[in-house]
Write a protein that binds this ligand. Structure first.
Ligand SMILES: [Zn+2]
Length: 264
C-alpha cells in the first residue's frame, strides 16, 4: 500500500474518536448560560441547620443539601421541621446512621464505630437502613450520599463500587477544584470549611467560575459550633450567589450531579 494511502486510512480510522472527544469538551454547558455550579452542603443533621442555614437559604432563594446522620438528635427531636424543609425542595442526603470513620485517622472515633472494623456488608446495610429512615421522613426515593469524614475504604478496600446501586451520586472530601470532565460523580471533591471569611468563600466560587466547573462547600455548624462558618460569612456567600445567579447555578447536590451525568 502506498504511504499516502496508509496515511489517509489512519486519519479516517482515528477521526470518529477525535470528534467524539472534542465534542464532549465543546458540548458541556451549564444550564441557562451559567458558567459554573455551586452546591451548598451541610453535614451531620444539626439544629443550626434548621435555625440558621435553611432560613438563610430561603431568604436568598437558594437550595442546599443536608447530609443528616440517622442517629442525629436533631432528626429525632425535630423530625417534623426536617420534613417540612424537605417538602420545600431542600435535599436530605444520606450520611450513614452512626457516622463511622477511620479510627486510625481520628482519635474521637469510638471503637464500635471505627470504619476499619466494619465489614463491607455492614456498611451497605447501614447505608440502606439510613435510606429507609430518610425516606420515611421526606418520602423521596433518590438522594445523594456524603462519605463520613470523606472516608471510602475499609481496611484499604474501597466500597465506592458497592454503593453505586444505592445512590445516583456521592460527595467526597478534598478542597481541590477539578475540571468538570475530571469530576468523579461518586467522589466529588468538596471544601470542608473551618472558620472561613465571606471573601474566602466567594473567592472559591469565582475560581470555579473561571474553570467552568463545580464548587462544593462542606459546612458543619453555621453560626457557632465545630468546623464553623459564621452566620455573617455564610450570608455573604448566599448574597453573592443570589446576585450572580445568572453566572453561577446553585442547586442541591442531587440536582447538579444529575445534570452533570446527563451531559457526560
Ligand atoms: Zn459528618
Amino acid at each position: 500500500m502506498k504511504p499516502a494511502l496508509i496515511f489517509v486510512l489512519i486519519l479516517t480510522l482515528s477521526l470518529p474518536k477525535m470528534c467524539a472527544q472534542e465534542s464532549n469538551i465543546v458540548t458541556f454547558r451549564w444550564p441557562e448560560g451559567a458558567g459554573s455550579a455551586v452546591c451548598l452542603t451541610y453535614d451531620d443533621g444539626l439544629d443550626c441547620h434548621l435555625d440558621v442555614a435553611m432560613p438563610a437559604l430561603e431568604k436568598y432563594g437558594l437550595k442546599g443539601t443536608f447530609y443528616a446522620t440517622g442517629s442525629s438528635s436533631s432528626l429525632f427531636d425535630r423530625m417534623e421541621e426536617w420534613r417540612s424543609w424537605a417538602a420545600k425542595g431542600y435535599e436530605i442526603g444520606n450520611h450513614t446512621l452512626f457516622h463511622p470513620c477511620q479510627g486510625d485517622r481520628f482519635d474521637w472515633v469510638r471503637p464500635e464505630y471505627d470504619l476499619n472494623k466494619y465489614t463491607m456488608d455492614q456498611i451497605r446495610t447501614e447505608l440502606r437502613t439510613a435510606n429507609t429512615l430518610l425516606t420515611a421522613i421526606d418520602g423521596e426515593k433518590e438522594r445523594s450520599f456524603a462519605y463520613t469524614c470523606g472516608n471510602y475504604t475499609i481496611d484499604g478496600l474501597s466500597f465506592i463500587d458497592s454503593i453505586r446501586f444505592m445512590f445516583p451520586s456521592a460527595r467526597g472530601a478534598g478542597e481541590q477544584l477539578k475540571p468538570i470532565d475530571q469530576v468523579d460523580t461518586y467522589y466529588v471533591p468538596s471544601w470542608g470549611v473551618s472558620d472561613p471569611t465571606g471573601e474566602e468563600l466567594i473567592a472559591y466560587v469565582k475560581k470555579a467560575n473561571e474553570m467552568g466547573t463545580i464548587a462544593v462547600f462542606m459546612f458543619h455548624s453555621v453560626g457557632g459550633g465545630y468546623l464553623n462558618v459564621s452566620a455573617e460569612a455564610h450570608e455573604q456567600l448566599l448574597e453573592y450567589l443570589q446576585q450572580n445567579r445568572e453566572k453561577v447555578w446553585t442547586d442541591t447536590f442531587l440536582n447538579v450531579m444529575e445534570y452533570v451525568k446527563a451531559q457526560s
